[in-house]
Design a protein around this ligand. Sequence first.
Ligand code: SAM
Length: 247
Amino acid sequence: MRGAPLPSCFWDSPENVERFAAREPDVRLAELIREYEAPSAVRILDLGCAAGRNTVLLAQKGFDFEAVDSSPAMVAKTRDRLAPLVGAAEAARRVRVGRMDDLGWAAEERFQLVVALGVYHCAQSRAEWVRALTESARVLARGGKLLVSVFTPETDLTGRGITAVPGEPNLYEGFESGRSVLVDAPTLDAEMARHRLIPVEPTRIARPKVEVGRRVSANGLYTKSPFPPPSRPALPRADVVHEPGGK
Ligand SMILES: C[S@@+](CC[C@H](N)C(=O)[O-])C[C@H]1O[C@@H](n2cnc3c(N)ncnc32)[C@H](O)[C@@H]1O
């Protein structure tokens, strides 16, 4: 249900906040933002910013960034880290507590880049996943880019196995953070295409070595087609009788 509280206690725990704060910025993002020549003119959304490893990078490079996360503790940490760079008031204005499936605070086509790393798979239902992608596509400018990383169904973070939720496509249980929507690379591309998001490069699978379980992600970069979806020719309605020469 839209607006329902999320199981945020997992993400709010001090251990998780510190674990995410200790991470280096994402390598693909660091590479991608080099292509923007005038950072202050580029609006970027960091969706599911966690403890701000990528938001801080964007601030350091001078981008016009905003960030959102459903965990108040993660948001507090991100704001703390940004305060020395942009001031406490600006950090509070730019980073908010909120849900990926309800970006109602952001106007249509507001962002030239949406960074969605490790967040879509946090959807607790297929419906939340669809709403999250719909919202990302809505706030992305035509010709803008969407950087994505999601876990695939090969992922098993605990090593104890995951199980598919019956009747909910792509939904799995077995994660400490709650349920997860998991898709492979072709499915991710197909889901994005439904929102006019076209791959800029082949979507890649990453299988880093981990001590416990498996951590497999699909990593894509998409652009929003500058063209509106093709309008379909109106089909004759089955319940309308077309008489020859009739009006
Ligand atoms: C795996 S972490 C993301 C990491 C971060 N993007 C990074 O690259 O370091 C997932 C984050 O998504 C947030 N999250 C989970 N469900 C969310 C939702 N429905 N809307 C917004 N944020 C959510 C969690 O609080 C957590 O901070």
